[in-house]
Design a protein. Structure first.
Length: 36
């Protein structure tokens, strides 16, 4: 799967420490991030 900045990524368990950090890094790279 190839992703480009601006693509939407939905993370499950985004409240976790590791997943939250990953979400932050993805947002800095330009991805649209949502979570549950």
């Amino acid at each position: 799967m190839l992703l480009s900045p601006g693509d939407h990524i939905h993370l499950i368990a985004a409240c976790g420490t590791a997943t939250g950090s990953l979400a932050g890094m993805l947002r800095q790279q330009g991805y649209r991030v949502t979570g549950s």
